[in-house]
Design a protein around this ligand. Structure first.
Ligand code: ARG
Ligand code: ZN
Length: 885
C-alpha cells in the first residue's frame, strides 16, 4: 500500500529513554527493552501502537505489571495496547533469530559476528518500538555474548561498564548521551581487531577514532582512519562543526546492503569502503573510501544532530550530506576531476531514473517501500539542489544559513522546508519558487539560442525551460494529489569566448556593472532573454559552467565551437563536456549508419582534437587526470538515453569502431604517453599519481583495441609488471575483452592468488560480467555456480549480476532475451532472501520501454513473471508494478 506525505501526523507517544539488553545466544537473541514513554501533548489521542517485525514476544509489562492476553494484540507488524496511562514504563522481552536474518536489516549475522542495520526501518526487527525518525530518545544498550567468540561488544556513545558472566560469557554497557531516532541505533558483537588514533578538536575534546575489522585485515585500515581524521578537520574548517563524542568507531562488515551507515558514534561500513592496500584496492577505491568515510562522518551533524521528521524528507540529510562530501572531495582531490565524475554519475544514474517509471522528486510525496527511495534522485540530484542554493546565495550566505539551521534545529527532526527557510532567512533571497525542486520530478530541459547583432555589438541569449510531467505526476494527478507544475528557479553560470579563446568581460545591456568574465544568470521563467553589450564579435558561449543546474542543456553547438571550448574554456567541466558532446554527436551519426565504414562518419578534425587533448596533458599546466576523463567516450548507456528507440548493438559497434579508429590514428602518441606516464615512485593514492595512472591506463585501453600481437603483448606485460591493483585491474579489464588464450590462464591465476580476499574476488567477477565477449551471458550463469559466488552476499550480487545488467547493455539487452531472463531468475531467487538487493536488480529493467518491440516483449515477459510470484516483497512489487504501468 502507498503512504502519503500529506498524511503525516505527529507521534501520539514519545519515548524519553530506551534501555536495551541484548543477549546473544546460539541461534537466537533475547532482547529486553525498557521504554520510558509518555503521551505527546502536541498530538491527537490514540492507542499505543508499536512497530515490530519477525519478533517473538516472550513477556510484556507496563509499570511492572504483566499484561493479560486480552490487553494487547500483535498483528505481525504492529503491537497494539489499548489502554495505557499518560506516562509509563513499557518492558518487553522478545526473541529474535539473527542467524536467519538474510535481509540484513535489523540484527543479523555476518560470518562469525553480529551487526545491525536500522535505517530505515530495521529497529522494529530488534524490538517493539515507535520506529519513526521523529521519535527521539536517549539510549543505553547492554550486550551479552560468549567472550571468546565475540570479544568485542559495541554500541553507540560511551562504554560505561563491563564484566564477565557464567559460562564463559561477558557483557558491556554503552550509553549514548544524545537523543536519537531508532534508525541511528547500532550494536556489534564479533571477533574484531582494531586500529586507533586520537583526534583533538578545536575546542580541545580528545576523540578516540577506531576502525574495527575482521582479524587479519589490520594492514588495510590506515587509509580509512586517515580519511576520518581529515573529515573531522574539514568539517571544523569549512562549517565550524566539531565531533561531539569521545568515541568515534567504524566497523567494517562483509555483508551489507548499501555503502555504509552513520549510526551515532558507531558507523557500520561495507568492507568495500574501508579496506585498502595498494595491492588490493584501486585508486578509485581509495577515493571512494575518502568520500564514504567523510559522508558518514558529516552525517553526525547533517542527519544525526538534526534529523528527518519523516522518511519523505530523506534528501534533507542525504542531499545535504552528499553535497558536503562532494565539496570535501573537491578540496582533497582535484576539484575539476571530482566535479566531472559527479556530473557523469548524475547523468548516468539519475537522469534515466528521472525519465523512467520510478521518477520522483527529491522529496517524493508518496511511496510504497521506503527502501526503494535511497535513490540517485534523493542523493545525487538532492546534492545538486543544495549546490544550486550555494551558487545562488554564495558561499558566505550559505555558511550563515548552515549556522542558522543548526541554531534553530539542533536536536530536532525537521523538514526540507525548514532547511530552505534557514537558507532564505540567512541570505535574504526569496526561495519560494526554488521549492519546486523538492516537489517536481523529471529533468528540466534548458533550451538556449543565441543571436549576434554586429552593428549594435550585442549578443543575445534566449533561454527557455521545459519540464513535462513524469509518470510520477500523472499518478499523483490520477489519485487527486496532483500539483500545479511551474518553471524552476536555477542558476545558469556562463562565460563567453572570443575567436582566440580569450574570455570576454561580461556586461548585461542596461546595466552599468561589468561582471568579470563569468556570470550567473537567474533563470525563473519559462522564457527569458539576456542581452550582453560591447561584444565585438560573435563569441562561443560556455554555458552551464560547473554544471550549475541539473538540466539537459540544448544548444546547437557546431563541432568547431566544441573543439574551441575543449581547447580554451577556463571551466574544467565544460572542457570535458565539449569533448563529450563532440563524441556524442559523432557516435549518434555512426549509430544511425551501422553498415557504413567508420572513417566516413568520423571527422578528421575530431581525431586531431583528441590528439591535441592528449598532448595537452604534457604541457606545463596540463592535468593528466582531466585529460583521462575527456578521452573516455560517452558510455553506451548514456548514448542509449540520447536515442528515441535504443539499438544496443549499433551503439556498441559504433563506440567500438570509434575507439579502434582513435587507437589506429593516435597509436604513436598513445604509446609515447603510455611510456612517459609510468610512475616510478612507491605507490600512493594521491591525485597526482592517480591522475598519471588514470591517463596511462586509458591509453592502454585504447591500445588494446588495436587487436594485433603487439597490443596483446602490451596488455600482458602491463599485467605482469603491475605493482598495484589499479594497474592490475586496468590490464585485467582490457584482457577480459580479448579473445586470446592468455585470458583464461590469467583469470585463473588471479583467482587462485586472491580467493582469500573477498573484495578482490568481487573485482574478478565484475571484469568478467562486464566483458563484451560473446559468451558473457553464459559465463555469468556459470560464475553464479562458482564457489566464489554467494547470492546471500550483496557485494557478490552487485559485482556479478548488477554490473552485468547495468554496465553491460550489449549483453543485458541481448535480442534473444537471455539477459532479461538471467536478471529475472536472480530477482526471483533473491527476493525471499533479501528484497532490498532484489529490488536493486529489478531497477535495471527501468528503461525497457525505450527498446524495440521485440525486446520489449521479452522484457515484459520477465517482468510479468516476476510480478506473478506469490509472496513478492513490497520492494520488488513496487518497482515491477511501476515498470509495467
Ligand atoms: N544513510 C545511509 C547513507 O547514506 C544509507 C542507509 C541506507 N539503508 C537502507 N536500508 N536503505 O549513508
Ligand atoms: Zn547518507
Amino acid at each position: 500500500q502507498t503512504i502519503y506525505l500529506k498524511d503525516y501526523a505527529p507521534p501520539t507517544w514519545l519515548v524519553d529513554t530506551v534501555d536495551l539488553d541484548i543477549a546473544i545466544n546460539d541461534g537466537f537473541a533475547l532482547v529486553s527493552a525498557r521504554l520510558a514513554m509518555r503521551r505527546n501533548p502536541d498530538a491527537a489521542a490514540g492507542a499505543l501502537l508499536l512497530d515490530g517485525e519477525d519478533l517473538h514476544l516472550e513477556s510484556i509489562r507496563i509499570d511492572g505489571r504483566p499484561l493479560g492476553a486480552d490487553e494487547y494484540a500483535y498483528s505481525g507488524d504492529k503491537l497494539t495496547i489499548t489502554s495505557v496511562p499518560d506516562d509509563f514504563v513499557l518492558e518487553t522481552v522478545v526473541r529474535i533469530e539473527p542467524d536467519k536474518n538474510t535481509q540484513l536489516s535489523g540484527l543479523y549475522r555476518s560470518k562469525d559476528g553480529y551487526f545491525t542495520q536500522c535505517e530505515a526501518q530495521g529497529f522494529r526487527r530488534i524490538t517493539f518500538y515507535p520506529d519513526r525518525p521523529d521519535v527521539m530518545a536517549r539510549f543505553t544498550c547492554t550486550l551479552h555474548a560468549d567472550k571468546s567468540r565475540f570479544p568485542v561488544l559495541l554500541s553507540n556513545g560511551n562504554p560505561v561498564a563491563q564484566g564477565d558472566e557464567d559460562g564463559g560469557r561477558h557483557w558491556a554497557k554503552w550509553q549514548d548521551p544524545f537523543a536519537k531516532p531508532a534508525y541511528l541505533f547500532a550494536c556489534v558483537a564479533a571477533k574484531l581487531e582494531v586500529v586507533e588514533d586520537t583526534y583533538v578538536t578545536t575546542s580541545g575534546r580528545r576523540v578516540r577514532c577506531a576502525v574495527y575489522v575482521e582479524p587479519g585485515k589490520l594492514d588495510q585500515c590506515a587509509h580509512a582512519l586517515a580519511a576520518l581524521k581529515l573529515s573531522m578537520k574539514w568539517d571544523e574548517d569549512v562549517f565550524g562543526l566539531e565531533m561531539d563524542l569521545e568515541h568515534y568507531m567504524i566497523v567494517a562488515v562483509g555483508d551489507f546492503n548499501m555503502g555504509a551507515m552513520e549510526n551515532k558514534g558507531l558507523n557500520i561500513f561495507n568492507t568495500k569502503f574501508v579496506l585498502a592496500r595498494p595491492d588490493t584496492a584501486t585508486d578509485t577505491d581509495y577515493q571512494n573510501i575518502d568520500r564514504v568515510v567523510a559522508h558518514e562522518y558529516f552525517h553526525n551533524w547533517t542527519g544525526n544532530r538534526v534529523t528527518c521528521r519523516d522518511w519523505f524528507q530523506l534528501s534533507l540529510k542525504e542531499g545535504l550530506t552528499v553535497f558536503r562530501d562532494q565539496n570535501f572531495g573537491m578540496d582533497v582531490h582535484s576539484a575539476g576531476v571530482t566535479r566531472i565524475q559527479e556530473v557523469r554519475t548524475l547523468r548516468a544514474a539519475q537522469y534515466p531514473e528521472d525519465a523512467g517509471p520510478m521518477a520522483h522528486p527529491i522529496r517524493p510525496a508518496s511511496y510504497a517501500e521506503i527502501n526503494n527511495f535511497y535513490t540517485a534522485t534523493v542523493y545525487e540530484k538532492g546534492a545538486e539542489v543544495i549546490r544550486m542554493i550555494h551558487t545562488l546565495i554564495g558561499k558566505d550566505a550559505f555558511r550563515k544559513g548552515m549556522d542558522l539551521y543548526f541554531a534553530r534545529h539542533d536536536g530536532q527532526a525537521v523538514t526540507c522546508e525548514d532547511f530552505v527557510a534557514a537558507m532564505q532567512d540567512a541570505s535574504g533571497l526569496n526561495l519560494d519558487q526554488f521549492q519546486r525542486w523538492y516537489n517536481q520530478a523529471g529533468t528540466p530541459k534548458l533550451i538556449v539560442r543565441s543571436s549576434y547583432d554586429a552593428a549594435g555589438k550585442r549578443y543575445t541569449l534566449d533561454v527557455e525551460q521545459q519540464y513535462p510531467a513524469t509518470p510520477y505526476e500523472e499518478r499523483m494527478t490520477a489519485e487527486g494529489n496532483g500539483i500545479a507544475r511551474g518553471p524552476y528557479y536555477m542558476p545558469l553560470v556562463l562565460g563567453l569566448l572570443d575567436a582566440k579563446g580569450n574570455e570576454l568581460p561580461l556586461r548585461l545591456a542596461g546595466e552599468e556593472r561589468v561582471q568579470g568574465t563569468q556570470c550567473t544568470l537567474s533563470i525563473r521563467k519559462d522564457k527569458q532573454r539576456f542581452v550582453f553589450a560591447d561584444v565585438d564579435a560573435e563569441p562561443v558561449p560556455s554555458l552551464l559552467r560547473g554544471f550549475s543546474a541539473p538540466v539537459v542543456l540544448d544548444y546547437p553547438y557546431s563541432n568547431d565551437e566544441l573543439t574551441h571550448l575543449m581547447a580554451f574554456d577556463s571551466d574544467a567541466v565544460n572542457r570535458w563536456e565539449a569533448a563529450q558532446r563532440l563524441a556524442t554527436g559523432i557516435l549518434l551519426k555512426g549509430i544511425a549508419a551501422p553498415s557504413v565504414p567508420a572513417d566516413t562518419w568520423i571527422p578528421e578534425s575530431y581525431v586531431e582534437a583528441m590528439r591535441r587533448l592528449l598532448a595537452s596533458a604534457f604541457t606545463a599546466d596540463g592535468d593528466p587526470a582531466l585529460v583521462a576523463e575527456a578521452l573516455v567516450l560517452p558510455a553506451e548507456t548514456y548514448l542509449a538515453e540520447q536515442m528515441e528507440v535504443v539499438e544496443p548493438d549499433a551503439i556498441h559497434l559504433a563506440r567500438l569502431a570509434l575507439r579502434q579508429h582513435l587507437a589506429q590514428a593516435l597509436r604513436e602518441p598513445l604509446l609515447k604517453a603510455y611510456h612517459d606516464l609510468k610512475v616510478d615512485r612507491p605507490y600512493s593514492p594521491d591525485s597526482e599519481q592517480a591522475g598519471k595512472r588514470a591517463l596511462r591506463n586509458v591509453c592502454l585501453s585504447y591500445l588494446a583495441e588495436l587487436g594485433d600481437e603487439a597490443s596483446h603483448a602490451l596488455v600482458l606485460a602491463h599485467y605482469e609488471q603491475a605493482a598495484n591493483m589499479t594497474d592490475t585491474m586496468a590490464a585485467l579489464a582490457a584482457l577480459a575483452n580479448l579473445d586470446v588464450p592468455a585470458r583464461h590462464s590469467v583469470l585463473d591465476a588471479f583467482y587462485a592468488r586472491w580467493k582469500g580476499e573477498a573484495l578482490v574476488v568481487d573485482k574478478w567477477l565484475q571484469v568478467q560480467s562486464t566483458s563484451r565477449l560473446p559468451n558473457t551471458g553464459s559465463d555469468v550463469r556459470a560464475l553464479m555456480a562458482h564457489e566464489a559466488f554467494d547470492i546471500r552476499n550483496p557485494n557478490k550480487v552487485y559485482a556479478l549480476v548488477r554490473a552485468f545488467c547495468a554496465a553491460n547493455p550489449k549483453h543485458f539487452h541481448a535480442a534473444d532475451g537471455s539477459g532479461y531472463k538471467l536478471a529475472a531468475d536472480v530477482i526471483l531467487q533473491l527476493d525471499p532472501l533479501n528484497p532490498q538487493v532484489a529490488s536493486r536488480i529489478a531497477r535495471t529493467f527501468d528503461r525497457w520501454k525505450k527498446f524495440d518491440p521485440a525486446r520489449q516483449a521479452k522484457a515484459r515477459e520477465q517482468l510479468e513473471r516476476i510480478k506473478a510470484q506469490v509472496g513478492l516483497s513490497s520492494d520488488v512489487a513496487e518497482v515491477v508494478g511501476k515498470a509495467l504501468d
